[in-house]
Every structure is written in structure tokens, then in C-alpha cells.
Ligand binder design. Structure first.
Ligand code: UDP
Length: 239
């Protein structure tokens, strides 16, 4: 596998072409941003944690019948993934109120929601990733009805697997999955698969006993011990 020219540089990752037209290489950076790029910084070692954690969890998803873009980890920060066209949606699941949900609806952070909640945001930095509903998504052609149904089904499954993994897999990691954001891609042959990453950048993870935050909120909210929180999740996962 040969790493070829850079295709794209995002906030937390770079994507490179390879000599196989159906494969890309993702390279995870330590750069961190929040509030649509307004706050910028670095979290030492984050790229390694996110690469390895995401790869580990993607393989668990595969074992549970959820197709993903994961192919092979080739270094601490680099992974070979399947080429997909990203569906321009941030797909969010909430088990417990936090962040923008708490703010928007006036619900106290930490309140268990009466039902698992699915939300979509349109991936568009210029528009500030606005919230969007199913009808609006189909109306503007961000996804077809069929693809959106697949995305919703897979997302609830990801939540079940991930939640279970944090509390019941091999041993109890004593982490509560508050909420998370995932993204999907479409392969050249039209299959919807899980893409992007699953990491403390994209999940809210709280210690189940102390409710201590073990995720990017420590960076967003200047809470300190950011590196330590990422390292703690890494350690609990046994990575
Ligand atoms: N999230 C993300 N990228 C974003 C926005 C949110 O990964 O651009 C994740 C975030 O880490 C949290 C979940 O999605 O786990 C819900 O975030 P929320 O809508 O509460 O927004 P935030 O409070 O992060 O602005």
C-alpha cells in the first residue's frame, strides 16, 4: 500500500489517496477544534488514542453486523479505510441530556432521556452545521429516504453495541455513553457503511460512578486534564 497525494485536510484528520483507487489512508492529528473552529488547540497524543480507539470499536461494530470503512491500522496514527462518499449528515444519538440538547430544550445535563433520541445536523461549516429533520434531508437531497432508513437503523444498533461495550463487554469499563455523533459513507457500489471515527472527540463519556467527563468537553469547557481523560479511556479499553 503506497500513500499518495493528500486529498483533504480536516480539523482532526488528513486523508490521502493510495495506489488502490478504492482505498484511502486517514492520518489522525493532535489538533482539536470546538465551536465550529472558533476554539483551536492541541491535545498531546489525541491522534494516537482516536486512531486506535476508533479502529478497535469499528472492528467490534463489524463483529455485530454493522458494516464500516475500517480496513487496516498501519501505524499509531494511520489507518487504511474504504473509499466512500460521505453522506453530509452528523448523526447524533442521545441517551442522556447534555451539550446543545440541554441548552436548546432547557433540560439539565445528566438527565436520563425518556427515549433514545436520534438527531441530524447538516454537515456544512459555512452554515454552522444546522439541525435538520428527515423531511428536510430528503427534500434537499442530502440523502434518499432509503439511505436515511438504513442510517437510522444502523445508528440505533451502534448505540446498543457501544453502550453495552462500555458496561458489559469482557469487563465493566464503568463508562456511561451519554451521546455521540457518527457519520456514514456510500461505497462506489452504493452500500451505506459507518465512516469517520468513534472517539472521545465524538462521544460524551462519563465515569459511571463519579460522572467525571472523559471526553472532548474537557477541552471545549477548559476543564483541564484533557490529555489525562483521553489516556484514561484508552487505558480502560485495554489499548
Ligand atoms: N459532536 C461531534 N462533532 C460536532 C458536534 C457534536 O462529534 O461537530 C458530538 C459531541 O461530541 C457529542 C454529540 O455529538 O458527543 C452531541 O453534541 P451536541 O449536539 O450536544 O453539541 P456540542 O455540545 O458538542 O456543541
Amino acid at each position: 500500500m503506497k500513500k499518495m497525494e493528500q486529498l483533504y485536510e480536516g480539523k482532526a484528520k488528513k486523508v490521502f489517496k493510495t495506489d488502490d483507487e478504492n482505498l484511502y489512508i486517514v492520518d489522525y492529528k493532535d489538533d482539536a477544534t470546538a465551536f465550529n473552529g472558533l476554539k483551536k488547540g492541541q491535545i498531546a497524543g489525541k491522534g494516537v488514542v482516536n486512531n486506535k480507539m476508533s479502529n478497535f470499536l469499528m472492528q467490534i461494530m463489524e463483529k455485530n453486523g454493522i458494516p464500516t470503512h475500517f480496513v487496516e491500522e498501519i501505524s499509531d496514527r494511520e489507518t487504511v479505510v474504504k473509499r466512500v462518499e460521505i453522506v453530509p449528515l452528523e448523526v447524533i444519538i442521545r441517551n442522556i441530556a447534555a451539550g446543545s440538547f440541554s441548552k436548546r430544550f432547557g433540560v439539565e445535563e445528566g438527565k436520563k432521556l425518556n427515549c433514545t433520541t436520534l438527531e441530524y445536523c447538516l454537515k456544512n461549516d459555512d452554515l454552522g452545521d444546522p439541525m435538520i429533520n428527515d423531511y428536510q434531508i430528503i427534500a434537499i437531497g442530502a440523502a434518499t429516504k432509503e439511505d436515511l432508513d438504513t442510517i437510522a437503523d444502523l445508528t440505533f444498533k451502534v448505540n446498543d453495541v457501544l453502550k453495552d461495550f462500555m458496561r458489559n463487554y469482557l469487563k465493566d469499563l464503568n463508562i456511561d455513553l451519554i451521546d455521540f455523533k457518527i457519520e456514514f459513507g456510500k461505497t462506489p457500489d452504493g452500500q451505506i457503511i459507518l465512516a469517520d471515527e468513534i472517539s472521545p472527540d465524538t462521544c460524551r463519556l462519563w465515569d459511571a460512578t463519579t460522572h467525571e467527563k472523559l471526553d472532548k468537553d474537557r477541552f471545549r469547557r477548559d476543564m483541564g486534564n484533557v490529555e489525562e481523560a483521553y489516556a484514561e479511556v484508552f487505558k480502560r479499553l485495554g489499548l
